[in-house]
Design a protein around this ligand. Sequence first.
Ligand code: ATR
Length: 275
Amino acid sequence: MSDRYAVVGHPVAHSRSPAIHAMFAAQTGEALSYERLLAPLDGFEATLRGFAAAGARGCNVTVPFKFEAFTLAAQRTPRAQRAGAVNTLRFDAAGWAGDNTDGAGLVNDIERNAGRRLAGLQLLLVGAGGAGAGVLGSLIDAKPARITIVNRSVDKAEALVASHHDLGVPLVAAGLADAPAAQDVVINATSTSLAGAASPVDARVLKPGSLALDMMYGPQAQGFLDWAAAHGAEPRDGLGMLVEQAAEAFFFWRGVRPDTASVLAALRAELESAS
Ligand code: ATR
């Protein structure tokens, strides 16, 4: 009998997580199945309790339930605690354990797959919503020289700086128009690409060879990626982050680290043949 897992969200139909975890399972020989679970907006907890009662071992959590998952976890990893959100639950008999693998997924993608060590770099995080807040702690752990957080509503960027200020990396909050020039790495964590806009910040934030990463992938990221390439930066979408956060979740559940490079390549090929 294989152990059951799922991604729980609303919507969840387009999630690539089942394909990624199926590849991880095949590669490592772990006996598990992974499905999509659509939870009603007012029925996240009931959906989870039903799934756990049916013998499932854990789940990933996606929009809009990561904050509710945080409150349902009996214990949390330090990085989940810091993110204030949970994207991975393990249904332990002693109580549900919550982790947040988004930040580590982003950093691993930048450092291992894109080959950029973040230590000592100037980093710009665009967006202080749930996606930005969820990865900030892991970005700080990577020890860049400075992180500037810009957001349309500057108070949210200021709140993030206040809650992370004593972790050893200089943090600056600003509005979108005050984003600093010539950054080494620019990360788009806003949902502006959903509306088709190229970039919420001016191109002066880039310099030749900057890495410009959108946390989304597929058509939603294309405007930002084209904008970055047109200004001499190296564009990168969120597909690598997706695979890396999944690998961290897989490890949290199974204690086994899958190889991510082959899975990312397969997913990339699939995405390109679909477009
Ligand atoms: P998520 O979980 O995807 O981060 P969120 O918490 O709603 O979703 O945050 C959305 C982010 O996109 C925020 O940084 C938001 O800016 P505000 O905090 O000022 O709302 C940003 N965003 C959304 N639409 C935007 C737009 N048209 N221009 C600039 N930023 C935008």
